[in-house]
Write a protein that binds this ligand. Structure first.
Ligand SMILES: NC(=O)c1ccc[n+]([C@@H]2O[C@H](COP(=O)([O-])OP(=O)(O)OC[C@H]3O[C@@H](n4cnc5c(N)ncnc54)[C@H](OP(=O)(O)O)[C@@H]3O)[C@@H](O)[C@H]2O)c1
Length: 129
């Protein structure tokens, strides 16, 4: 499941990176799904709890969610159990905060951190209940 802005970004990559995997694009406005070039892309909108219920009813119980604003919405609703955060070795001068403002602190339990030759550092966390 990806937000509309992430979808638009992915389209600029040229080749569709998700193959035939089912992908849900979240947007409250019409989205050009044909541009993905595969039939496995669909659109949904609404409160995160309703989206998760609808997807569960269709057999999707394990969801991967991407897009900053999109992740924030699901975090606020308490629907994220695992976070994988990858840091690139750049101090950005300006930009958009990754998680924005949350109604309360969300405690994380560190599971593992991997690092790569390129300088990428990837940490995995469980979200405390
Ligand atoms: N570096 C990375 O790993 C990474 C990963 C993801 C994204 N990005 C980039 O970060 C930038 C900022 O992304 P973002 O946080 O603004 O994007 P985003 O989360 O991908 O997209 C936000 C949009 O998703 C839609 N949306 C989210 N939740 C919804 C819901 N429950 N119901 C209906 N629509 C919903 C809304 O679209 P509408 O406005 O159309 O209603 C919202 O404006 C993008 O340029 C993206 O490419 C980077």
């Amino acid at each position: 499941m990806i937000g509309r802005k992430t979808y638009e970004k992915v389209l600029t990559f040229g080749a569709w990176p998700y193959g035939e995997k089912r992908v849900v694009v979240l947007s409250s406005r019409p989205v050009d799904l044909v541009a993905a070039g595969v039939r496995t892309v669909e659109q949904m909108a609404g409160p995160p709890t309703e989206i998760v219920s609808q997807l569960a009813a269709s057999g999707a119980h394990h969801l991967y969610i991407d897009g900053g604003i999109t992740i924030q919405g699901f975090l606020r609703a308490g629907l994220i159990q695992r976070l994988i955060i990858t840091r690139v070795p750049v101090l950005i001068g300006d930009g958009v905060p990754l998680f924005g403002t949350l109604p309360r602190d969300i405690r994380l339990l560190h599971v593992a951190t991997r690092h790569y030759q390129s300088g990428l550092v990837q940490s995995e966390y469980h979200v405390s209940a």
